[in-house]
Design a protein around this ligand. Structure first.
Ligand code: GDP
Length: 365
């Protein structure tokens, strides 16, 4: 899963991205992640792993991870080739969701490209570029479709639908403000439009506004109102504080530092958790004396495909999944006690894996 960080210049993207790479996951654990200078891999915090490590007396914890990609260079006019222009836009096309960093902090030392701090104007500037790019794609599709529809009448409905979407874009609205049937959604996903991707607005506030969840920050409230119109999420962060947290070595130190700020979790943790929810992801867990580990799957994934995340052999040779809910396991304390109580279930191919399932896969090699 990959999230792209976008936003106007000087809103705090690099500061946030650097905090992400510093907090970074041990890359040895994630050989499949692409490691490029603008990609940061970060572990997904999961307290359940600590508990499992105790129960199993395991040597190590391997959390699951997500990738953040720093997509710098978006400026007004990007869809017309300004700045990095189209190159930038093609990077956004590759991500599963967008983290849109919005400046909500005042600082006379940090210049704003448009002169003053105005998060809604900034959001609209960026979204307009993405909208222009989507319009271009749809116009091309419609043009091609019109020719084909003359020969094949069944394509007419599809063409009508594309025009409906185009009209919304031409009204300066993102495609994600529209609602679709399941079938339409699959088709829309196949178009890979920039403004249909899920978005989290990360409002970058000053340190003082952080503790109250920016309840007093008028700018954040405006962003919240805007986000509600397109069912987008808002996460309040302070990029500078995130950078400071990332410098700390131990979890203990981080916790203490957060406490002095009156915070329970870092903005980065909030961002990761929101991304997870936004993308419809859950984690199942594996545990043994060597390691306890979390694995990311989409909600609704069946047991063989979930096992396939560990190794393709498991999916191919799947026999069954010995499964227990994390809470049940913790309540009884040991796997053998759980078995005696009948809490460990033998699940077959059709089983849909749930968040927090602790699983042992049985498979033929
Ligand atoms: P980018 O162009 O969006 O990548 O922005 P940068 O991360 O480079 O930040 C631009 C400037 O704003 C830098 O001088 C940062 O130190 C500063 N900055 C970033 N986040 C904050 C913040 O939360 N508060 C304040 N006061 N300054 C910040």
């Amino acid at each position: 899963m990959k999230l792209g960080i976008v936003g106007l210049p000087n809103v705090g993207k690099s500061t946030l991205f650097n905090a992400i790479t510093q907090a970074g996951a041990e890359s040895a654990n994630y050989p499949f992640c692409t490691i490029e200078p603008n990609v940061g891999v970060v572990s997904v915090p999961d307290e359940r792993l600590d508990k499992l490590k105790e129960l199993y007396d395991s040597k190590k914890i391997v959390p699951t991870a997500i990738e953040f990609c720093d997509i710098a260079g978006l400026v007004r006019g990007a869809s017309k080739g300004e700045g990095l222009g189209n190159k930038f836009l093609s990077h956004i096309r590759e991500v599963d969701a967008i983290v849109h960093v919005v400046r909500c902090f005042e600082d006379p030392n940090v210049v704003h490209v448009d002169g003053n701090v105005d998060p809604l104007r900034d959001i609209e500037t960026i979204n307009l570029e993405l909208i222009f790019s989507d319009i271009e794609i749809l116009e091309r599709r419609i043009q091609k479709g019109s020719k084909a529809a003359r020969a094949d009448k069944s394509l007419a409905a599809e063409l009508e639908f594309l025009k409906e979407i185009l009209a919304v874009l031409e009204d300066s609205k993102c495609v994600r403000t529209m609602s679709f049937t399941e079938e339409q959604q699959i088709f829309v996903d196949s178009l890979n439009l920039l403004t249909s991707k899920p978005v989290i607005y990360a409002t970058n506030v000053c340190e003082d506004d952080l503790a109250d969840e920016a309840a007093n920050n008028e700018l954040v409230n405006r962003v919240r109102e805007y986000a509600a119109t397109e069912s987008a999420e808002v996460v309040v962060v302070c990029a500078q504080i995130e950078a400071e947290i990332a410098e700390l070595d131990t979890d203990e130190e981080k916790k203490e530092f957060l406490e002095t700020l009156g915070l329970e979790q870092s903005g980065l943790d909030k961002l990761i958790k929101s991304s997870y929810a936004l993308l419809g992801l859950v984690s199942y867990l594996t545990a043994g004396p060597q390691e306890v580990r979390a694995w990311t799957i989409k909600v609704g994934t069946k047991a063989p495909a979930a096992g396939g995340k560990i190794h393709s052999d498991i999916e191919r040779g799947f026999i069954r999944a010995e499964t227990i809910a994390f809470n049940d396991l913790v309540n009884v304390g040991t796997m053998s006690a759980a078995k005696e109580k009948g809490l460990v279930k033998l699940e077959g191919k059709e089983y849909i894996v749930k968040d927090g399932d602790v699983i042992l896969f049985r498979f033929n090699v």
